[in-house]
Design a protein around this ligand. Structure first.
Ligand SMILES: [Zn+2]
Ligand SMILES: [Zn+2]
Length: 377
């Protein structure tokens, strides 16, 4: 599971105070609270994410671990600081001593390496960017390899020696009654090496937090929820382990005109009363410029016209979707006295006839009559 940067989740800076973090959390928790968004999965996820970020960043110890070691520093399965572990466990886990990179060896007794954590970045795109693709720049904070020690954790000039306790294997065997138990070496924490002087900027961890900017190529046709994986752009690994990946998750913003449903687009097209009645044509916007749409005579409000292949070409291939244009007949406004008088004459003329000019009203009236007839019977 990849995770977003906790500071980004709460929208606070790395130097924000506990009060600022609490305030940001309260605001977001209100917004995403399940009681206020019943049945909304995305809100529920956001709520959980905020809660987790809040719990870590308001705990001075966990925040410290996160600042130095990122997500996997807090993940017990990745050799990190587990929820139940106390200060001693933390000290044990991230002591000043640190090993080097280990090569070779059999599976057994091989020193441990840790892959860096995967990261998630939420990328907002306009509909046009999502449909046509784009190259966008993303800024995020990650744990990168320390430049001073090249990730070894050893200060320049310091000595790196094999751990005497485990002989460089990173594992020790302990006798417990009749059983021999293999354990991570308590002295070198499984790294197999001891450095005489830890590197300063990274406190011997080989990794430091830094801002990173990447150009991300967004393929045409992506939609909300799609993820673009950037291999090796997540947090740096430890003890020579490979870096995690960065998952850029797409969120398409609402568009002023179009609504998207997969590969299909839809929009409303206002049509004047006269054009809807007598027929004509209107200009309809598409993402590739406007096209002319023929409006047949006696077009009712709400009628939907389908423009084939004016939708979105899906990112995973397949046919281009369609554009559905829903006609909305406009009621004229700001009429002059003369125009109003013409309409009155028109209404009188319509009402004087035997009917058949208002199909919807007719079926509605029939429905009303039937409804009352059933009720009274
Ligand atoms: Zn360093
Ligand atoms: Zn050892």
């Amino acid at each position: 599971m990849s995770k977003r940067d906790y500071y980004e989740v709460l929208g606070v800076s790395r130097t924000s105070t506990e009060a600022e973090i609490k305030k940001a959390y309260r605001r977001l928790a209100m917004k995403f609270h399940p009681d206020r968004n019943p049945g909304d999965k995305a809100s529920e996820e956001s709520f959980k994410e905020c809660k987790e970020a809040y719990e870590v960043l308001t705990d001075a110890q966990k925040r410290g671990v996160y600042d130095r070691h990122g997500h996997d520093g807090l993940d017990p399965q990745r050799g990190g600081f587990g929820g139940g572990a106390g200060a001693d466990a933390f000290g044990e886990m991230f002591g000043d001593i640190f090993g080097d990179i280990f090569g070779g060896g059999g599976r057994r007794g091989r020193a441990q390496v840790f892959r860096g954590a995967d990261l998630r970045y939420d990328l907002e795109l306009t509909l046009e960017q999502a449909v046509f693709g784009d190259s966008v720049s993303v800024d995020f904070t990650t744990l990168g390899e320390c430049e001073k020690c090249s990730g070894s954790g050893a200060a320049p000039g310091s000595k790196v020696t094999n751990c005497e306790t485990c002989g460089g294997a990173g594992q020790v065997h302990m006798r417990q009654g009749p059983f021999a138990v293999q354990q991570t070496c308590p002295r070198c924490k499984g790294r197999g090496k001891i450095v005489s002087q830890p590197c300063d900027p990274c406190l011997g961890q080989g990794r430091v937090r830094r801002k990173k900017t990447l150009a991300v190529k967004v393929p045409a046709g992506v939609d909300t929820g799609d993820r673009i994986r950037l291999t090796g752009e997540g947090e740096a690994g430890r003890s020579g382990g490979p870096a995690g990946d960065l998952y850029v998750e797409v969120h398409v913003r609402e568009h002023a005109i179009f609504e998207r449903d997969g590969s299909h687009l839809s929009c409303e097209v206002p049509v004047s009363f006269g054009t809807a009645t007598l027929g004509g044509s209107v200009e309809v916007p598409t993402l590739n410029g406007s096209v002319s749409l023929k409006i047949p005579t006696e077009t009712q409000s709400g009628r939907v016209f389908r423009l084939r292949e004016k939708g979105v070409k899906p990112v995973r291939g397949g046919t281009t979707g369609d554009l559905f244009c829903k006609v909305v007949v406009e009621t004229p406004v700001n009429l002059s006295e003369e125009q109003k008088e013409l309409l009155r004459q028109f209404e009188t003329s319509i009402n004087g006839q035997s009917g058949g000019h208002s199909p919807r009203a007719q079926s509605w009236l029939d429905g009303v009559k039937k409804f009352f007839a059933e009720k009274l019977s």
